[in-house]
Design a protein around this ligand. Structure first.
Ligand SMILES: Nc1ncnc2c1ncn2[C@@H]1O[C@H](COP(=O)(O)OP(=O)(O)O)[C@@H](O)[C@H]1O
Ligand SMILES: [Mg+2]
Length: 249
């Protein structure tokens, strides 16, 4: 029962020297909303995720997570407060099985690294959660396969699983379907929809039919500014969006 937005950006800005990459961005996301973020290359989408997840500090403005100010905190602290961002593929452990990748991700995010054997019941709970994730991600029959031996799409699914493992209520996914065929991407976004029910999701995705089908609202980011933030239908018919973005694809 939260009275706060899940995520709130207040006049957020990021500059590198003279270059303003994010400009005066204000945005409020309600718990359980799923937000698609679109915008041309270089618009600042990944930088925005860096600012929210703590990978970089903003030059100005504030980030609030569930009523708590988080800008300036390090990524692990923000993660503990309930925000998870997709890891890069390179952060999978190639020589560990799918099961162990998920279990390590889960235990690490629970802060059990240094007291692995303290609570066997928590380990049991972790194993049960991993089983649940394996089933949800359709990776159950790959549980003993090394991550390095998975197909590309399966690696992305495992990466998604590690992001979900902490149980964080707010999830950021930056181009999770990059490198997939359109058919693979459509299927994967459908899976993302299933595994993020009830969560707050912000997702950068280039395939517009695909993301317009999943998202409750769309953010259109152009040159670091919020050009539109509205339902997919409204965004699709917004003339400024068509001019600035949709028209020039
Ligand atoms: N560390 C950096 N130093 C200088 N410029 C950067 C840095 N990181 C990103 N940029 C610039 O910021 C802009 C936004 O980049 P990015 O957030 O990656 O865009 P997007 O994810 O929307 O494609 C780009 O023009 C990029 O060149
Ligand atoms: Mg990017």
């Amino acid at each position: 029962m939260s009275v706060h937005p899940a995520l709130e950006l207040r006049d957020l800005g990021k500059r590198y020297g003279q270059t303003e990459v994010i400009r005066g961005l204000s945005l409020s996301v309600q718990p359980g909303e799923r937000i698609g973020i679109i915008g041309p290359n270089g618009a600042g989408k990944s930088t925005l995720f860096d600012l929210i997840s703590g990978r970089q500090g903003p030059s100005s403005g504030q980030v609030w997570l569930n009523g708590q100010r988080i800008d300036g905190k390090p990524p692990f602290a923000i993660n503990r407060l309930g925000l998870a961002r997709s890891f890069q593929i390179s952060s999978l452990f190639p020589n560990l099985s799918v099961f162990d990748n998920l279990r390590c991700g889960l235990l690490w995010q629970q802060g059990l690294r240094y007291r692995l054997f303290k609570s066997l019941s928590r380990l049991d709970a972790a194993n049960a959660r991993v089983e649940q994730l394996l089933a949800q991600l359709q990776l159950a029959d790959r549980r003993d396969t090394l991550a390095a031996q998975l197909s590309y799409a399966e690696q992305r699914a495992l990466e998604l699983g590690i992001t979900l493992a902490s149980g964080a209520p707010v999830i950021l996914l930056d181009e999770p379907t990059a490198g997939m065929s359109r058919t693979e991407a459509a299927g994967f976004v459908q899976l993302i929809g299933l595994v993020t029910v009830g969560k707050t999701l912000l997702m950068v995705e280039h395939d517009m039919p695909v993301i317009f089908g999943l998202a409750d609202k769309i953010v259109v980011l152009v040159q670091g500014q919020l050009l539109a933030f509205d339902t997919p239908d409204k965004v699709r018919s917004d003339e400024r969006v068509q001019l600035a973005y949709l028209g020039c694809r």
